[in-house]
Ligand binder design. Structure first.
Ligand code: SF4
Length: 356
């Protein structure tokens, strides 16, 4: 079992997910914003031409195309958004969009995404009621806009992912948020476990024990619903789920075919790449170790050969208990949380209770 858990989870040729932060401009003021977004676009953002060049370069990762998520800030602040999506789709890129729920996200816009061939959309829900969600997002009316947008996305037949932050501030509300999510036609509920970067520095972590209980609860809930339940920056969900599935009598190859099993090994720099609004290349949006800039470096070359990406893909570089853990190849801990906590991206993930 040990050997099987340690092989086959290295994504050294291409990422599975690429996030392009097209702009940091946004009309919301979310408490946990990684991008510390503000209402104005940065004049040094990648231009339309630079954006097209980037899309063509990403296509050079080859077939099958990595999944590109256009995110922000709010992508709706880019007047060339449709042009860039159209160009990317024409190249054969799989493109999803993650807009902010503001009055820029009209039904016409949603149907235009459909027409352009957008693969999926995501919306955020961080509170189970109007009051809780709007307080978090910093602007009144966002909850209502989110619900209306979700309904329109459903009508347009675009697969919808709902993203929810997990922090001390939202922890007790997660079961209620789950009840709201169940009322939407979603394909995935993704829970983002706080990394204290950007504005998220003012929010608080839950304890490792609370994280473990929540992950066990999420695993149980994943058996009740048709949509996938996933975590971002909590890769130890894979350990929790694997242990439960093996207890339930599944074989390792059966586990690997589940939605959780298909994500084994994917973490910052190994299957994930992030490109900032000014073209900086990072292993993820939460790990601010710069590996290059698309204005002068080719993203394929940076992903495959830069020192930080290569080291992040090598689980033998891991330190502390993550370095000794038999689950390190499928999990490996959140490198961005280790970095935020210690300044060393190879240290242990402090949110995991497991003792190897
Ligand atoms: S100790 Fe590290 S590698 Fe092992 S399960 Fe926890 S976070 Fe993952």
């Amino acid at each position: 079992m040990q050997d099987k858990l340690l092989s086959g989870y290295i994504y050294d040729k291409k990422p599975v997910m690429i996030y392009w932060e097209m702009t940091q401009a946004c009309d919301l003021a979310c408490k946990h914003c990684r991008a510390e977004a503000n209402p104005n676009r940065n004049p040094f953002e990648l231009t339309t031409e630079e954006g097209k060049r980037l899309l063509a370069q990403l296509r050079e990762f080859g077939d099958p195309s990595p999944h590109l998520v256009m995110t922000g800030g709010d992508v709706m602040h880019r007047p060339d958004l449709f042009e860039l999506i159209e160009y990317g789709v024409s190249l054969g890129l799989k493109i999803s969009v993650a807009p902010s729920a503001t009055n820029r996200l009209t039904p016409d816009v949603i149907w235009k995404f459909k027409e352009l061939g957008v693969l999926s959309m995501s919306l955020s829900l961080d509170g189970s009621t109007e009051k809780k969600h709007d307080e978090f997002r910093g602007v009144p009316g966002v909850y209502k806009t989110t619900i209306e947008a979700a309904e329109e996305i459903e009508k347009a037949g675009i697969p919808l992912q709902v993203n929810t932050l997990v922090s001390r501030e939202t922890y007790n509300d997660i079961p209620n948020i789950f009840e709201v999510v169940k009322t939407f036609e979603v394909v995935r509920w993704s829970l983002f476990f706080l990394i204290q970067v950007g504005r998220g520095k003012v929010l608080n972590q839950i304890t490792p024990e609370e994280a473990e209980n929540l992950l066990l609860w999420l695993y149980d809930k994943s058996k009740e619903v048709k949509f996938a339940i996933a975590t971002t920056e909590a890769p130890h969900f894979r350990r929790v789920a694997l242990e439960q599935m093996l207890k339930e009598g599944m074989t390792l190859s059966e586990v690997r075919r589940t939605p959780i099993g298909r994500g084994f090994g994917i973490r910052d720099g190994n299957g994930v790449m992030f490109i900032s609004h000014i073209g900086e290349i990072y292993p993820s949006g939460f790990l601010p170790i710069r590996a290059g800039n698309v204005r002068k470096d080719h993203p394929v070359e940076v992903y495959r050969n830069s020192e930080i990406f290569r080291r992040l893909r090598d689980y033998n570089e891991l330190k502390g208990k993550c370095g000794k853990c038999e689950f390190r190849a499928i999990c490996g801990g959140a490198r961005s949380r280790a970095f935020a906590a210690t300044g060393d991206p190879f240290e242990s993930d402090p949110l995991c209770v497991y003792e190897p």
